[in-house]
Design a protein around this ligand. Structure first.
Ligand code: SAM
Length: 280
């Protein structure tokens, strides 16, 4: 075991047997394990009969915790960093410690393994050649809408993390900022007993969630297809439908169509035809 090394160790996201042999070996051999939640990590260590000392570390730990770890690394010891599940630093603590270790010229070695977003992306059936990991969207509607507006022209597959009590509001927001027909994959409780996959559109995902309260439980990765010109055109037309319907309460249909088509950059004739078809 090389000394003065910070090992960033991935741990299972639900299924304990997803632990790699190398991860077990490193956790056994380092002098210290810095863990997001020591009680959670203790369960993993007990399962594998690992007796290494644990200390608590998260990014809002006081500076002295980080400095104590750096000091021990500088003295020649090796330390492993783990989070509660998956890969540290991926929507998890560790950024402060890794940057500090790097600034001291210490070795930082990854021990790769599970990460929920890679697991979800690998089975989502959506393009994987280019993707954007977005982590958690803001919980509040205002900042969440701002982030989604910024993603409105994203062409790459987008990956989000979400908590069960926010999944419905999150998907509603996505359906209103993207097109409701946009393809989505929901990976629920990946690698766990009640693992479930949903493949469909944003609209059908909302219906699926409402069908059974169990569908809303547990941890979620949400993978959403990127947009393209055709998809954005559909979104603009869907938006136009709603706006024309509102304006028609105040003015003649032709005037509402002229106004909205100019506002959204749509063909007036196409929008007019569409409104007539919907009226039939
Ligand atoms: N560091 C972790 C990783 O590498 O995936 C992510 C930690 S983040 C605090 C926790 C979020 O990851 C959950 O809210 C959920 O969105 C996602 N997640 C973690 N485990 C999952 C699982 N087994 N199934 C689905 N999503 C999971």
């Amino acid at each position: 075991m090389p000394g003065s090394t910070l090992f960033v160790v991935a741990t299972p996201i639900g299924n304990l047997t997803d632990m790699s042999l190398r991860a077990i070996e490193v956790l056994r051999q380092v002098e210290l394990i810095a863990a997001e939640d020591t009680r959670q990590t203790q369960r993993l260590l007990s399962h594998y009969g690992i007796a290494t000392r644990l200390i608590s570390y998260h990014d809002f730990s006081d500076q002295s915790t980080c400095q104590r770890i750096i000091q021990r690394l500088n003295q020649g010891e090796s330390v492993a960093l783990v989070s509660d599940a998956g890969t540290p630093l991926i929507s998890d603590p560790g950024y402060g410690l890794v940057t500090e270790a790097r600034s001291h010229g210490l070795k930082v070695i990854p021990i790769p393994g599970p990460s929920a977003f890679v697991a979800a992306l690998s089975v989502a059936g959506l393009p994987t050649d280019r993707f954007s990991f977005e982590g958690f969207l803001p919980a509040k509607a205002g900042p969440r809408g701002k982030r989604l507006r910024a993603l409105a022209t994203e062409e790459r597959t987008m990956i989000f993390y979400e908590a069960p009590h926010r999944i419905n509001a999150m998907l509603q927001a996505c359906a209103s900022h993207f097109e409701s027909s946009r393809k989505v994959f929901l990976g629920r409780e990946l690698t766990k007993k009640f693992e479930q996959h949903f493949c469909g559109t944003l609209a059908s995902a909302l219906t699926w969630l409402a069908e059974d309260e169990n569908n809303m439980k547990g941890e979620f990765v949400v993978v959403i297809a990127g947009g393209d010109e055709a998809a954005w055109q559909i979104a603009r037309l869907e938006k136009a439908d709603g706006l024309v319907a509102e304006l028609r309460k105040e003015m003649p249909m032709k005037k509402a169509v002229a106004f909205i088509s100019a506002f959204l950059g749509l063909s007036k004739n196409e929008l007019y035809r569409r409104v007539l078809e919907r009226d039939q």
